[in-house]
Design a protein around this ligand. Structure first.
Ligand code: ATP
Length: 449
């Protein structure tokens, strides 16, 4: 259980993001007090809010704002035959080799000639290693009790195809969205939360007539790409990468990745695949159930094609954090070299929308007014109250976690019934009447929170 979560050796930009995430409570190492568990991470108070916002934004965009999508929340544990039908039992493997000199283990497809550890060129024969995490159900540990923690959420959707059709009376094309945990016994986890053994996926399985599948695939690629842009990722840091024919999974007709320019290089955020009719055919064969779609107009029965946009919540969160991270000089500050770190997360994603700060915490009337304002604002937004430091420090802390507005209550507020509202990005300050503060901020947040 040694800790190999070290972030030493990360590119500079990454080190800064990692340091901020720890310092400000976005991400902690799992089981840190016991020395940490390799490749497992806990989301702290701000990370938990960020992830919730991310998942809500996704759900809203792919379920609530469409007429052709429904949601699902399937179990992590599934009947073991699922993994035979899906091909995971047989094909979800990496080929591993050991360096005979230093005994280190590598993925064969990651090796370029010599051992990256000791430089030798003497490896064992490749051995197949299945990435699924095995577990056993119930008190008796025998072959019959073995199943797996799902390596993707998708299969939960395929096996519920008939249930969803029967209960919602959908017509093609329609899709099912799901967010949930997935587990893979990755050989080389790393790059912080980018590749871990436990992670969360946001997946869509979109069922369509075979003839419409190519067009549908292209539509989803564009829609999913735009979603990242709409939530604030800089365009120059996002690109599409269509897979070459030699890269495609055996069942896929086409696949395009959405990649983000992480500090450690361009890497996959989400893959959008045309899975053909492979999945439903396989499950029909293995379960013996009729999983064909019956078109009542033409009276045809057929297996729909499936378009699958499949993204990682953790990878998306990391991309949004890296993209939002800014260090900048503070203009007009008394100190020559004053600078600040500011997390320019979009309004929808910012973990806290408003912080209410009393200028003097030893003045009970100021504290009381600040707390009253916080209670009023929390009806509308995620708002926090903080009096644990001097105002300059409080502003810096809120900037670092991406809080959009700070509302400061000072001595003057008691007389003129106005407070100061500070904008995170421009740092401009404005006096706003207390009676108007909720309306003022609601108008500022034009997006649906
Ligand atoms: P990679 O090539 O990086 O291993 P993949 O192509 O195997 O990824 P998929 O099976 O397409 O990944 O899974 C869909 C999405 O799930 C990925 O785009 C990614 O966002 C996320 N994901 C997959 N594996 C991991 C992991 N080990 N840690 C974190 N997220 C992951």
């Amino acid at each position: 259980m040694s800790n190999n979560n070290s972030t030493a050796g990360q590119p500079t930009g990454m080190e800064k993001v990692v340091s901020l995430c720890k310092r400000r409570g976005f991400i902690f190492q799992s089981s840190e007090i016991y020395g940490g568990l390799a490749s497992a991470w806990d989301y702290g108070p701000f990370g938990a809010e960020l992830k919730r916002n991310l998942k809500n934004a996704w759900w809203r965009s792919v379920v609530h704002e469409r007429d052709d999508m429904v949601g699902l929340d399937a179990a992590i544990l599934m009947h073991p035959d699922t993994w035979k039908a899906s091909g995971h039992a047989e094909n979800f493997i990496d080929i591993l080799v050991d360096c005979k000199k230093c005994k280190k283990r590598f993925r064969k497809d990651h090796l370029k000639g010599k051992c990256p550890e000791c430089g030798a060129n003497d490896f064992t024969e490749g051995r197949a290693f299945n990435l699924m995490m095995k577990t056993s159900l119930g008190a008796v540990e025998d072959q019959g009790s073995v199943t797996y923690m799902r390596p993707e959420t998708a299969q939960g959707i395929f096996v519920n195809f008939s249930n969803i059709l029967d209960t919602t009376h959908r017509k093609l094309p329609f899709g099912v969205a799901q967010i949930g945990k997935a587990f893979r016994n990755e050989i080389t986890p790393g790059n912080y939360t980018f590749r871990t053994r436990e992670f969360e996926q946001m997946e869509i399985e979109y069922f369509t007539k075979p003839d419409d599948a190519d067009k549908c695939h292209e539509d989803w690629v564009q829609k999913r790409f735009q979603w990242y842009l709409d939530l604030g990722i800089k365009k120059e840091n996002l690109r599409l990468r269509p897979h070459g024919k030699d890269e495609l999974a055996h069942y896929a007709k086409a696949c395009t990745d959405i990649e983000y320019n992480f500090p450690f290089g361009w890497s996959e955020l989400e893959g959008i695949a045309n899975r053909t009719d492979f999945d439903l055919k396989q499950h029909a064969q293995f379960s013996g159930k009729d999983l064909q779609y019956h078109d009542k107009v033409t009276n045809e029965k057929f297996f729909p094609f499936i378009i699958e946009p499949s993204g990682g919540v953790d990878r998306a969160a990391l991309a949004f954090l890296a993209d939002a991270y800014h260090e900048e000089k503070v203009e007009g500050s008394a100190k020559e070299d004053a600078s600040r770190v500011v997390l320019r997360l979009s309004k929808a994603l910012a973990p806290t929308k408003v912080a209410v700060l009393p200028l003097l915490k030893n003045r009970p009337e100021i504290v009381a007014l600040a707390k009253k304002i916080k209670q009023e604002l929390q009806k509308e937004f995620v708002a926090v109250y903080d009096d644990s430091a001097a105002i300059g420090k409080l502003y810096r802390r809120q900037d670092e976690v991406g809080t959009f507005y700070c509302v400061t209550v000072d001595v003057q507020s008691l007389e003129d019934k106005q407070v100061t509202v500070r904008d995170r990005d421009t740092m401009k300050q404005e006096r706003v009447p207390v009676d108007n503060i909720r309306k003022y901020l609601t108008e500022k947040f034009s997006v649906n929170l």
